[in-house]
Design a protein around this ligand. Structure first.
Ligand code: NAP
Length: 273
């Protein structure tokens, strides 16, 4: 039986992916910060609910070990846990800035390092890292989020050169907008009250993240993204990047087809115009 360990399986893409792989007959270690609160995922022989906070190394090593003890091995790790810090750089606190990197980037690095000895020993395994179309392009007011996702893109692309010879593969899944808790409870909005100069920019951007604009941009569902993750998990072609969602594909096509300065002008016009 193939086995996947998923971080951030309490909601959104992580939860949908846990359900999708379970339906496909895989063994699933659905890990999350508070498994005791989980209502939808029901543990069984093929579904483990485990505590894993990517900011807490002990929970990472414990969850990895428990998964190996239960299933005998891990085949795929989905580094999915992540959230968006949003707002003008000046408005973010030191803690907010550091946490964005701790979760989105160092969290992935720590999970990867915890699983690598196991993959190296069995000479196989696959990491799938969820970045974002925001790992390839940028939007206003997400400088820190983009820094983590662009960082994760570079980390993953570089790492495959050293891990492929050991039989270990890496994949990147880059979703566009997805209807999850990302733009709700998971969004860490900075307080702009001390820097009112940025308020007009913030207000224009907020409109773009309202439910209506989400629909008109053609957001994906978590289930759509889970299907792309399954494709990445079972891909035998060596493809590294999987852009997920029509909006993301359109963004990327525009970025490739337009002169760079025109693309930047288009983003400015669409987001802040
Ligand atoms: N939704 C989008 O539009 C979109 C687009 C592109 C990329 N993405 C990426 O997709 C991934 C999943 O996001 P989502 O859209 O599914 O949003 P979501 O529903 O808010 O899920 C985020 C998940 O990350 C978990 N998480 C946050 N901090 C964590 C930590 N320290 N340790 C472990 N888990 C932690 C959350 O757990 P709790 O329940 O405990 O908070 C939750 O399970 C993220 O990496 C995000 O950047 C999302």
């Amino acid at each position: 039986m193939k086995t996947i360990l998923i971080t951030g399986a309490s909601s959104g893409i992580g939860k949908a992916t846990a359900q999708f792989f379970h339906q496909k007959g895989w063994g699933v270690a659905a890990t999350m910060r508070t498994p005791e609160k989980e209502q939808d995922l029901k543990p069984d022989d093929r579904l483990l609910l485990l505590k894993l906070d990517v900011q807490d190394k002990e929970t990472i090593t414990d969850a990895v070990q428990e998964t190996i003890n239960h299933f005998g091995q891990i085949d795929v790790v989905l580094n999915n846990a992540g959230y968006g810090a949003a707002g003008p750089l000046e408005a973010g606190t030191e803690e907010q800035i550091r946490r964005q990197f701790e979760v989105n980037l160092f969290g992935v690095i720590d999970v990867t390092r915890a699983v690598l000895p196991h993959f190296r020993e069995k000479k196989s395994g696959r990491f799938i890292n969820v970045t974002s179309i925001g790992g390839l392009i940028t939007l206003p007011l997400f400088s820190l989020y983009h820094a983590t996702k662009w960082g994760l893109e570079g980390f993953t692309e570089a790492l495959q050169y050293e891990l492929n010879p050991l039989g270990i593969e890496l994949k990147i899944v880059e979703p566009g907008g997805v209807n999850t808790d990302f733009a709700g409870r998971s969004l860490d909005m900075f307080d702009t009250s001390q820097v009112p100069e940025y308020v007009p920019t913030v207000q224009r951007m907020l409109q773009n993240f309202s439910e209506d604009s989400g629909r008109s941009f053609g957001y994906s569902s978590s289930e759509d993204i889970a299907e792309v993750i399954f494709q990445a998990a079972t891909d035998e072609s060596g493809q590294l990047r999987f852009i997920a969602g029509e909006d993301a594909k359109q963004f990327w096509q525009a970025r490739q087809n337009m002169p760079y300065e025109d693309f930047r002008a288009m983003i400015k016009e669409q987001m802040l115009g």
